[in-house]
Design a protein around this ligand. Structure first.
Ligand code: FAD
Length: 468
């Protein structure tokens, strides 16, 4: 064992440190990437902010790269080990520290899972709205570092909108603690937001103060069928104006997605007949169960009367609602009916999504005549997910990515709506960020982490990569 490895064990104890080839395989894979075991020299599982600080100070003094890891559910390769690194797993920092009812906040350590925060809030009669498929594995530190979105962004915003305070350890071990509980806090630069979405490249998040909301007491769900995307925009305007802040989801499925999933999977119902140009799931959550349902149904009746929609199915029970959501959530089962394909998570201004989709489909067909696509997404949040398959069998992945990301750049869209950049989208960042912006990102990274030890090679590649 090297002196450095001995030093780690002396300082943090053998319970918290695993060396080299003894590190279990699970720490080498997130949801999208796998790295050979042996890439990391050690895994350290600190149990306090002070331990994270000592570890970073030690690694910084030796120029050893560190890779922060949460629940390893990331979809962009951000937590992927880099050669010769120390992995910092936040799994032992999993305590909920307190709930403050007057400020409606919860203070947590970074390794606590999203699901645990949701349950704790519920037990106190409150609601933590951030929600996504990996809820019982992903951690608050990972959610903030990737600025996660998910199912309720339309109403509550992304992870960055849900924090009031943050504690972070910088590359040199400095602890920045601003566990603020106040909604109003205009005291200079909003430093916490620098760390949100920076995917562990600027600091290690150790604690956060999260906003909580009243627990919804009613949920109403419907599936609408429409002629085309112009009608979808009219529907969005109508439900925004009439359901107001209660509108919690506006999820669109193009016919290629709706028909393929409902007919192909075998276990889904078909809540709406085929043959329409667009399908939209609408959900509203409120606090007046008696009147919310009547109002919801009335608003949707109006859309039929005004011929905005061609048909509507309103869920009459929780089980109806689950069946409608099951169709939208079936994207997780793509492998069964649409595989292999290359997937994209992009944003385009909501008003232009319809034209973008038509243009992209036409351009893909021109280049690869046998192209098949599926489109679906949180269009109320300007987010569209795309699956592209240009032929049967292995896909020319890089070529398809180049092609689609270039089109997204031409439409002035975002190449990553909610999953981050990590390693997988790093080479395409220039399609959404200007040279001046990329230069400023590099300047910030160099100023805050001059030795480039924090998650090197993720998000941006510095001119002289030291460790990736
Ligand atoms: P990891 O995967 O462990 O790490 C992700 C990144 O954060 C890495 O760069 C890592 O270095 C960094 N990091 C982790 N912890 C810290 C820390 N404490 N300090 C500094 N950096 C840290 N995302 C969406 O936005 N919307 C969705 O709808 C959505 N659905 C998903 C559904 C499924 C089934 C899955 C598997 C993932 C989904 N995701 C979605 C991806 C989502 O971004 C991640 O699930 C989650 O936010 C990452 O959390 P994690 O703890 O797993 O982080």
């Amino acid at each position: 064992m090297s002196t450095f490895e001995n030093e780690l064990i002396d300082q943090f104890g053998s319970n918290a440190v695993i060396i080299g080839n003894d590190i279990p395989e699970k720490y080498f894979s997130d949801w999208m990437t796998t790295t050979p075991v042996g890439t990391a020299i050690a895994l350290v599982r600190p149990s306090s902010t002070e331990e994270v600080s000592s570890l970073l100070r030690l690694c910084n003094s030796r120029g050893i790269p560190v890779v922060p890891q949460g629940g390893l559910t990331g979809l962009a390769g951000g937590a992927k080990p880099v050669k010769g690194c120390v992995l910092i797993s936040m799994e032992r920092m999993n305590q909920i520290e307190s709930i403050d009812l007057p400020s409606s906040t919860i203070s947590v350590q970074a390794g606590v899972t999203m699901g645990a925060v949701q349950r704790c809030a519920k037990d106190s009669g409150l609601f933590f709205p951030l929600d996504l498929g990996g809820r019982d594995s992903c951690t608050i530190g990972g959610n903030l570092s990737t600025n996660a979105g998910g199912n309720r962004v339309l109403r509550y915003g992304m992870a960055r909108d849900l924090i009031l305070g943050l504690e972070v350890v910088l590359a040199d071990g400095t602890i920045l603690s601003h566990m603020n509980l106040m909604l109003k806090d205009n005291t200079g630069y909003d430093l916490k937001q620098l760390f949100v979405g920076s995917e562990g490249t600027l600091g290690v998040i150790t604690k956060a103060v999260l906003k909580l909301f009243p627990q919804p007491r009613s949920t109403n769900t419907a599936l609408c069928a429409l002629k085309d995307y112009d009608a979808v925009l009219k529907l969005l305007t109508h439900v925004r104006q009439n359901l107001g802040a209660n509108l919690s989801a506006f999820e669109m499925m193009w016919p290629d997605f709706y028909e393929r999933m409902t007919s192909g999977l075998g276990h889904l119902t078909t809540p709406m007949a085929y043959g329409h140009g667009a399908y939209v799931l609408i959900e509203a959550q409120g606090t007046s169960p008696e009147s919310d349902k009547d109002h919801f149904e009335h608003v949707l009746e109006e859309t039929l009367e005004r011929e905005i929609v061609e048909d509507v199915v309103v869920a009459q029970s929780e089980s109806d609602a689950l069946k409608i959501w099951a169709v939208r959530d079936s994207s997780g089962e793509f492998r069964a009916v649409f595989w292999p394909h290359v997937g994209f998570d992009v944003s385009i201004p909501t008003g232009q999504i319809g034209n973008f989709v038509e243009d992209l489909k036409a351009q893909l067909k021109k280049k690869w005549p046998d192209t098949q696509t599926v489109f679906f997404g949180h269009v109320g949040d300007s987010n569209v997910h795309i699956g592209v398959k240009v032929k049967e069998g292995d896909q020319p992945e890089e070529e398809i990515e180049d092609f689609v990301y270039s089109r997204v750049g031409e439409w002035r869209g975002s190449i990553s709506a909610e999953h981050g950049i990590g390693t997988l989208k790093r080479e395409y960042l220039h399609h959404s960020r200007s040279p001046a912006e990329l230069q400023l990102m590099k300047l910030l990274k160099t100023a805050m982490d001059p030795q480039n030890i924090l998650n090197p090679g993720k998000v941006i590649q510095l001119e002289a990569p030291s460790n990736s």
